[in-house]
Design a protein around this ligand. Structure first.
Ligand code: GLA
Length: 836
């Protein structure tokens, strides 16, 4: 009766329904608590998951391709690799393990081909290895892959799993027949909790409803952990967005109540080592379950080293069970602070940006107790250093530095922490310009460092010339030293990203041997575009300045954050390509060899200015086109500029002194080399549905779930018409099958333009391919702003097909988009984009 304590608490919750939607059931401090000696930790409530569960789940690496062999071999490797000894305990089977029909007795039946010994046979094997077995079920009529769900079958399914010797249940949320209310989620997930309790077998209960009903506000009484987000995928933007969603939920976590930001992708190949270490670091700091999601039988030593790092595992598994609190989160740099049972604190410096950054936190903003110095142990390098009052490091792009920190009585014997930051211009090869690199060395330790030197190491053939002193005799505590360098890059260097290493050496204490700190930055080399006509919005400017946040590609400027605009709209005309700025703004491009720029300009309807804006196009030092003053609300103006002979292109938007104006360059097209007006504009696209001739048989995939479509003129990008879609609350797939398969060979991504209705929307893409009409799906785009408009893009590589099926684009049988939210959504120009 492992969940009885929880059941009692739930009864209270049911009596006071307002609790369900209001405050978190588990109160934990929002800010780090001041440090106090931890002599005898408070007794923990009885729970099956006093620390976040660790183990393996087959889904991320194998999808539906699960079998007894895989599970047994994985159990073997867990033990032989030492990962089991490091704490990985559960071997979890995900979706697709059963037959498509229940047995005559109403029980779920393991697929006898995949699991010849049944689940109980596998459980015996796994238990024999000292490990535990997990299974997957669904709080709906069918699982996500269409196998029988447990809604209405909770008792018999829980009993079946318990009889088989299952120790862990992941309980999913597909086909849930829900009215969307939180009460319904609580009811469906509590029904299984009660059924599990009734079996008497201790079974960890993992709620998997993707954060839809804010489970952190109610599930503490129901499950041991709960998913907080949609599915992870093996790429950086997925990991970054999941961290952003899960980190603020720290107050809701505690022993037996874990936020679950989904399973690990480490080892699956879609991210760099730095990114995978961030994945592991941040999951540990967030006290997340650590469920390995890669093929362990083929894992590289690097993958095993990341997954098996005992220091980072100790932070995740610390018995205090506190999720690291967000101390600061600014400009893509986040600091987390996690108290540990022995009185230490884990401090993570996380850099989600695309360049090296110095991430710092004053000790007084953390929960560390006041002391004259602190000992920092880097959990990835093992290096130990000391700092006086600021914890800081140069952190590479997408990287995370994690320190285990404690007060230090005798700093004299420990090397000072020296942080090395650096920035570099966007780089031009040859004589095109001067490329500057600056570095900043800061001594954060107690006591001065001496004989500080900085060196820069570049790719072969480049030269780094000193533009400032590069040595300092002495640098006191918290003092900084800046150096500047000019980089010369050989003429023919291709555009791309190049690593540049900056190193500082210094002596400390009485030591003669210098210590050093190294940081890697990425230099981006720009070259003029090659022959062809291109959307200028797909070319990164060499420099830009903007009055409000970053310049936006293919959307308006929106607010101060990146990616927060709408489709560019001028005088009611909607564009799906262009550059959104806020005047005064300036963009600079390399255009040697280009001949023309044609663009519309105007003030975006999203934030009408009070005064006109003037748009001018400059080549080198000449004005080659100007709009004159364009009034707010006016129709777009078309500019044509001759670029012949120019090496640089400058686009300038100026308002007047009365304030900022959202100034758009709409559908700008750059022509270079021998390209003429009839050449296609790159990247090329093929429209699949334009809705010019009607709804084009666009329809709903699941008629039972509802939804309607109609042609419309109220939202349209290219052409005169778009589509109005009415979605049911839980959404539906919209699209259609083709009489003759469509050949989209070579397409890189799927795109469409959308404007949400009054409740916003979120969705996914799917294509059906090949003779079996295999359903390949992916690319959850989560975005819920009412009335916002956007082009949605999904990389075809990110669509995942069922086991055995391949994404054969030469035989596309159907294209679908999932639209969620309820109410009206507008859609236009569903299309495939091809790489250049
Ligand atoms: C959902 C879950 C995934 C996985 C699949 C299986 O998408 O969130 O983790 O279990 O279903 O179909």
């Amino acid at each position: 009766m492992t969940h009885t304590a929880k059941s009692r608490t739930l009864a209270v919750l049911v009596l006071i329904p307002s609790l369900l939607s209001a405050t978190p059931a588990v109160a934990a401090p929002a800010a780090p608590a001041p440090e106090r000696p931890v002599a005898a930790p408070a007794p923990q409530p009885e729970t099956l998951a006093p620390t976040p569960p660790m183990g393996f789940n087959n889904w991320n690496a194998f999808g539906c391709d699960v079998s007894e062999t895989l599970i047994k071999e994985t159990a073997d490797v867990l033990v032989s690799s030492g990962l089991a000894a490091a704490g990985y305990e559960y071997v979890n089977i995900d979706d697709c393990w059963s037959l498509r029909e229940r047995g005559p007795d109403g029980r779920l039946v393991p697929d006898p081909v995949k699991f010849p010994s049944g689940i109980s046979g596998v459980a015996d094997y796994v238990h024999g290895k000292g490990l535990k077995l997990g299974i997957y079920g669904d709080a709906g009529t069918a699982t996500c892959a269409g196998y029988p769900g447990s809604l209405g079958h909770e008792e018999i399914d829980a009993r079946t799993w318990a009889d088989w010797g299952v120790d862990y249940l992941k309980y999913d949320n597909c086909n849930n027949q829900s009215d969307g209310s939180q009460q319904d989620f609580v009811r469906r997930y509590t029904a299984m909790r009660d059924a599990l309790d009734a079996t008497g077998r201790p079974i960890v209960y993992a709620i998997c409803e993707w954060g839809q009903s804010q489970p952190w506000t109610w599930a503490a009484e129901v499950g041991d952990l709960w998913r907080t987000t949609g599915d992870i995928s093996d790429n950086w933007s997925s990991v970054r967005s999941i961290i952003a969603q899960n980190a603020p939920l720290a107050p809701y976590a505690g022993p037996g109540n874990w936020n679950d930001p989904d399973m690990l992708e480490i080892g699956n190949g879609g991210m760099t080592g730095t990114e995978y270490r961030t994945h592991m670091s941040m999951w540990a700091m967030m006290a997340a379950p650590l469920l390995i999601g890669t093929d362990l039988r083929k894992a590289t030593p690097e993958t095993l080293a990341i997954l098996g790092n005992r220091e980072i595992i100790a932070i995740d598994q610390d018995r205090l069970g506190v999720q690291g609190a967000v101390v600061s989160d600014r400009d893509g740099l986040m600091v987390l602070d996690k108290p540990l049972a022995n009185g230490d604190r884990a401090i993570a410096l996380y850099n989600s940006t695309d360049s090296l950054a110095t991430v710092s936190v004053p000790v007084r903003e953390t929960g560390l107790r006041r002391a004259g110095a602190y000992r920092l142990q880097d959990v990835w390098t093992g290096r130990v250093s000391q700092a006086r009052s600021t914890i800081s490091a140069g952190v590479p792009a997408h990287g995370t530095v994690v320190y285990r920190v404690r007060p230090l009585a005798d700093p004299a014997t420990v090397p000072p922490q020296v942080a090395l930051g650096a920035t570099v211009d966007n780089l031009l090869p040859g004589a095109l310009g001067e490329n500057l690199l600056t570095s900043t060395v800061t001594n954060r330790g107690v006591g001065a460092v001496r004989d500080v030197r900085v060196t820069v190491s570049t790719p072969e053939g480049w030269r780094a010339a000193e533009m400032s002193d590069t040595a300092r005799r002495r640098l006191g505590t918290d003092a900084s030293f800046e150096t500047t360098w000019a980089l010369q890059i050989p003429e023919e260097t291709p555009a791309g990203r190049y690593p540049i290493t900056v190193t500082t050496t210094y002596r400390w204490g009485g030591r003669q041997r210098p210590a050093s700190t190294t940081s890697e930055i990425i230099g981006v080399v720009f070259t003029p575009p090659g022959d062809g006509r291109r959307h200028l919005s797909t070319i990164a400017p060499l420099h830009s300045s903007n009055a409000l946040g970053p310049v936006e590609a293919d959307q308006s400027n929106g607010g101060g954050a990146g990616g927060d605009g709408n489709l560019i709209t001028i005088g009611g005309r909607v564009y799906n390509r262009g550059i959104g700025t806020t005047a005064p703004s300036e963009l600079f491009y390399l255009v040697a060899g280009c001949t023309h720029l044609v663009t519309d300009v105007g003030i975006d309807d999203e934030a009408p200015a009070t005064a006109p804006v003037t748009f001018t196009v400059h080549t080198d030092d000449r004005v080659v086109a100007s709009s004159g003053p364009v009034s707010p609300g006016a129709a777009p103006v078309t500019l044509t500029a001759d670029l012949t002979g120019a090496s640089g292109l400058r686009l300038v938007a100026t308002g007047d002194a009365t304030g900022q104006a959202h100034a758009d360059w709409a559908a700008p097209i750059l022509t270079c080399g021998s390209a003429g007006p009839d050449d296609p504009v790159l990247p090329t696209e093929r429209t699949i549905f334009s809705f010019e001739s009607g709804t084009e048989d666009f329809t709903v995939a699941n008629p039972g779930s509802g939804g309607t479509v109609a042609q419309t003129r109220t939202f349209r990008t290219e052409g005169e018409h778009g589509l109005t879609v009415a979605t049911p609350k839980d959404g539906n797939w919209f699209g259609r099958t083709f009489a003759e398969p469509l050949d989209l060979t070579g397409a890189a991504r799927l795109r469409f333009d959308v404007r949400a209705g009054e409740v916003g929307t979120v969705g996914e893409f799917a294509v059906q391919v090949g003779p079996d009409w295999a359903w390949c799906q992916g690319g959850l785009w989560s975005w819920t702003n009412p009335f916002a408009s956007r082009t949605i893009t999904e990389e075809i590589d990110d669509l995942s097909c069922p086991a055995g099926a391949s994404l054969d684009l030469s035989q596309v049988r159907a294209v679908w988009i999932f639209l969620n939210g309820g109410g009206q959504v507008h859609v236009d120009n569903v299309r495939a984009e091809y790489p250049e």
